[in-house]
Design a protein around this ligand. Structure first.
Ligand code: ARG
Length: 248
């Protein structure tokens, strides 16, 4: 009987207690989403999210473990306890929120579009993308993909496993446009797109708060995360990390 009580206690325990007991915070993310998580030349995963969870682990007094996980399996992996939290530029949307909880948003982004050089003159607004004969790319399982299907139903949609493949397809003239989150399109435009004659429609046409995701039924962890976020936003830590990755 006592054994059963112990097991019951354990299963109900907050992720927070498990993290403290383990001495490690396990973070699920998918590298490839600039500047939030990407692989540097040495093979390390770096970025805005990585710096924030580094601060998080420090505040908990535990080690940090990054678990690089394919985007379309990242929610199932959280649900099956492969890690404690998703910090991967995940948009808080109502569909995902039915399955998982989100802490308060740590940044707001939105969908933007990059147009290939040949079609650049014809397309002046994202609304022009909703037309037959237009091919639009984005990344599998993202809100970019959802936005194309919802807002540009007349266009042909082409899905890619990674954001860079989706963007290169357009740079190489094999598709009209790519639709994706603002920070990433802006970096791609600066690094490759501008030189390649692409047009950047940089005014976001969706509202996308990004938040850390955790399993449902864990108010203790949620409370810790929201208080941690507010603290970093007001004591200079958030600002320093923001400036490092986004400039001032
Ligand atoms: N914000 C978008 C979404 O939630 C894209 C996030 C992609 N993140 C990543 N680490 N690849 O669908």
């Amino acid at each position: 009987k006592q054994d059963m009580n112990v097991r019951l206690e354990l299963s109900k325990a907050s992720a927070l207690e498990k993290i403290m007991q383990r001495g490690t915070l396990r973070v699920g993310l998918e590298a490839g989403y600039m500047p939030f998580e990407m692989t540097d030349k040495k093979g390390n995963i770096v970025g805005f999210d990585v710096d924030m969870v580094t601060e998080m682990a420090k505040a908990m007094g535990v080690k940090l473990e990054l678990v690089n996980t394919a985007w379309d399996g990242i929610i199932p992996a959280l649900l099956s306890d492969k890690f404690d939290i998703i910090a991967s530029g995940m948009t808080v949307n109502q569909e995902r929120n039915l399955k998982i909880n989100f802490a308060d948003p740590y940044i707001i982004v939105g969908q933007t579009a990059l147009i290939n050089a040949v079609d650049a003159d014809k397309i002046t607004s994202w609304k022009d993308l909703n037309a037959e004969g237009i091919t639009i790319t984005s990344k599998l399982g993202t809100t970019g993909e959802q936005a194309v299907k919802r807002l540009m139903p007349k266009a042909t949609y082409k899905s890619f496993e990674t954001e860079s493949e989706a963007m290169l397809e357009v740079l190489n003239g094999k598709a009209t446009a790519t639709v994706y989150d603002l920070p990433m399109t802006s970096i791609f435009y600066a690094e490759r797109g501008k030189e390649g004659g692409m047009k950047f429609l940089s005014e976001p046409f969706t509202y996308e708060p990004l938040g850390w995701a955790i399993n449902k039924g864990d108010p203790d962890f949620l409370n810790w995360l929201n208080n941690f976020l507010r603290q970093t936003k007001n004591d200079g830590r958030y600002e320093a990390i923001y400036t490092k990755w986004f400039g001032s």
